[in-house]
Write a protein of this length. Structure first.
Length: 130
């Protein structure tokens, strides 16, 4: 597919084009709130930097907080200091570079992301933006 723009604009693979003035337009942000499923063998480490890959964009990220962990047996929201393998939690990440995101319930393509361990390049988490 080819897109021809009226004006010469510096855009490249991974950049997002949205309609201006639309209240449902995507959000450009350096912080994301999400439901995260942790897949890594090592627990999520609040002191480590991770990569967030959303669409074709990567951004370095630090954990900004864990709101709660979801107890999968009772579906209760439980306070948590950390999360380990197969835990599901509501978390926030601070991003080094802005990402253009949507809420997952509005767009699965631009509302989902994976978390990559910078050291091993392994996928250690998957999330849905709230």
């Amino acid at each position: 597919m080819t897109l021809l723009l009226e004006d010469e604009i510096d855009i490249s693979r991974g950049d997002m084009i949205v309609r201006g003035g639309d209240e449902k337009s995507a959000l450009v942000t350096r912080r994301i709130d999400a439901m995260l499923c942790w897949l890594g063998e090592s627990p999520l480490d609040a002191r480590r930097k991770y990569l967030i890959r959303q669409t074709t964009r990567d951004a370095r990220a630090l954990l900004d907080g864990i709101t709660y962990r979801l107890d999968i047996n009772s579906l209760q929201q439980v306070s948590a200091e950390g999360i380990g393998m197969n835990d599901i939690a509501r978390v926030a990440f601070k991003l080094a570079q802005p990402l253009v995101v949507d809420r997952y319930d509005e767009s699965r393509a631009t509302g989902a992301f994976i978390v990559i361990d910078e050291r091993s390049n392994n996928t250690v988490g998957a999330g849905m933006i709230l």
